[in-house]
Design a binder for this molecule. Structure first.
Ligand SMILES: *Cc1c(COP(=O)(O)O)cnc(C)c1O
Length: 355
């Protein structure tokens, strides 16, 4: 089966062996306050910094999902409100959660074909956290480095949090340009779901201490205190943390992965331009995601493509949210091999050369 679903997505084939090794090395029943776990956790933190370019002074935390990170950040870093800038479903869902916790949370929508409009934002002065999604998995848009830098320059006293679930560990993001970055591991990391990684600047910890919010098992302050000893507040997903260690040891640095994914994304967009009835959902090339390729066609054709692909053991991503019926998505994640994309292209050439 070829799996181009953008999450959960293809896991690295090496994971099969790592799972057995985890069992054999006794990680599955190891106490999470013991030495074996602490060593593992310490190694993973150092590998993450080294392999995905996380600044040395950033703190790293383990959570169970990106969704949990949304919640932790709102609970622990805001009293008044957060401000959410989005053009798709994941950014909007984060905002919807925030509103339930802090009813004054505010939102700024922008167009699919537009850069994040930093100059036009009118963020309230009592906002404590600015939130956006770097790669919007639902529609295949992304926010490039320039608007992120402008956002930081314009709102220097605000914390900025970035959901980078479908790009972190695949693209060479400039993490220094925001305070918080997080991702769950079932996208670009190429691992099974059930673990998220969150990186926080020293400023975040300073603010968390000021707020002193301790009402939740994963209050950021409690996570910080435990992580000083490379531990978690609760029994974590030790197996997935182990898989992450093994994977990161073998993985090229993110700069090389970024070059590879960028070239492959360009190649895919070019390839699909030959079909007159299929086009990228996002017309503005600058804001097209490199890791989630979203293609649109009429509903009947989308349906036909997905069904025919399934019959040939190719899993494409469904459309998401408002784009559910007229788009399909193709993950461009590091665990998927170049040959698999060649096979995908052959499928389109063989079945859809007439369109
Ligand atoms: C997949 C995804 C999520 C949700 O991840 P979970 O691990 O299911 O919580 C959140 N944000 C983005 C951008 C995603 O792609």
């Amino acid at each position: 089966m070829l799996n181009f679903y953008p999450g959960p997505s293809k896991v690295y084939p090496e994971v099969r062996q790592y799972l057995t090794d985890a069992y054999d090395e006794g990680f599955l029943g190891t106490p999470h306050r013991g030495d074996q776990f602490v060593q593992l956790s310490r190694t993973v933190v150092s590998l993450l910094k080294q392999k995905i370019n996380i600044p040395q002074d950033y703190h790293i935390y383990f959570a169970s999902s990106a969704t949990e990170c949304w919640e932790i950040l709102i609970q622990s870093l805001t009293v008044n409100k957060s401000s959410h800038i989005f053009n798709g479903s994941f950014g909007e869902n984060w905002y919807n959660y925030a509103k339930k916790l802090r009813p004054k949370a505010e939102s700024f929508r922008f167009d699919l074909n537009e850069q994040m409009p930093v100059e036009d934002l009118n963020i309230s002065s009592d906002t404590e956290l600015i939130c956006f999604t770097q790669s919007e998995t639902s529609n295949g848009t992304h926010v490039t480095a320039t608007p992120i830098l402008n956002l930081q320059n314009r709102y220097r006293d605000k914390l900025i949090a970035v959901d980078a679930t479908s790009s972190m560990a695949g693209l060479n993001l400039k993490l220094i340009k925001a305070d918080i970055w997080f991702a769950s591991v079932q996208k670009c990391f190429g691992l099974p779901a059930g673990l998220a990684v969150m990186a926080c600047s020293p400023r975040v910890i300073f603010r968390a201490k000021q707020k002193a919010e301790r009402a939740h098992y994963n209050s950021l302050l409690a996570m910080y205190e435990k992580m000083l000893n490379y531990q978690t507040t609760h029994t974590p997903n030790v197996l997935n943390i182990y898989l992450l260690k093994r994977l990161l040891e073998e993985r090229p640095v993110v700069k090389l992965l970024d070059e590879h994914l960028t070239a492959r994304a360009n190649d895919l967009y070019t390839f699909f331009s030959q079909f007159t009835e299929i086009s990228p959902l996002v017309e503005n090339e600058e804001v097209r995601s490199k890791t989630v390729i979203t293609l649109q066609a009429n509903e009947r054709l989308v349906d036909d493509i997905k069904k025919k692909a399934m019959q040939q053991d190719i899993r494409l991503g469904n459309g998401y949210g408002p784009w559910q019926r007229n788009t399909f998505r193709i993950a461009n994640f590091p665990a998927i091999q170049d040959e698999e994309y060649e096979e995908l292209k052959r499928f389109f050439l063989q079945n859809y050369s007439w369109i």
